[in-house]
Design a protein around this ligand. Sequence first.
Ligand code: SF4
Length: 332
Amino acid sequence: MSKNPRLVYGPIPSWRLGRSLGIDLLYPPKTCTFECIYCQLGKTELKVSSPEETPPLPGAEEVLQDLREVLKKLNPDSLDHITFSGSGEPTLNLKLGEIAARIREIAPEVPLAILTNSSLISREDVRRNLLNLDLVVAKLDAPTEELFQRINQPAEGITLQNVISGLKKLRAEMEGKLALQVMLLKSTDPSQHVGNFTDGLLKKLAELILEINPHIIYLNTPTRPPFKPYVSPLSEEELSHATKLLQKLLPNYTILPFEPPKRRNVRRKISKSELKLEVLEMARRRPCRFSDFLYAIPVGGEEVEQAIDELLRGNLLKVHRFRGQVFYLASQ
Ligand code: SF4
């Protein structure tokens, strides 16, 4: 196994983006402008307000080298997207625009997407980088400054007002699609006022969405182990109510409700060691259920089980039980 984590990982399953190859533009540990209470990556080890505060980040050559290796064994046509996301906020890497342009040279047919927390979009250089992408999935979880601070816990100087004005500018400038991603959540601890799904808050959120005018809206709820244990997903009824209310308030918008991923039924040949590496790379990026591996790696369930067992025996993988479900995490 390689000592350095790969920058290109997956394919990973995504119920929005389909079969997607992930590209990490940061090196671990987690580096972010936020410390969201629901973050599946846990604590933000390096919380920064701007790209100028990060240590040196991967450049185009390093990313391209990893990508070429992965594409030797994977037909890029089988991919729905190549997606920038990973150990934190990818727009912190100001080489994003150059990296995206270079990726297009070797995989011209695959749409490029990014998952961003929207914190840096008010910067002109960051928006210029994002203009190179086909799809920007931007986070918007809270309609008030107070709730924004409580849910997303941004680094100093980052405000909801900045986020909104940046998103409006990006929407006006971009040729690709802008998706807003909203994490709907509640708390099991009554002293933590982080619920963002009351009718009043959803009405405020709808007003902001109208101002930003995205192409599409994705609704989510946290289903993986969150950074703060009191964070809880909405029930099916609460999700359904919130979705219907937003659809009523925003009749001209496409709103995709939350839904769990489905497994793809494709089989391909893969060696045991390659399978173990794929499982480990996925578990390095986020806690994974067995079904996540099955969905992402189209081989038989027994082969995935065997790979997991061997990784567990070698202490490369560990198990985390959360709300009755088993998640696998990389040990380091
Ligand atoms: S959820 Fe995303 S934006 Fe929030 S802390 Fe985690 S990595 Fe950063």
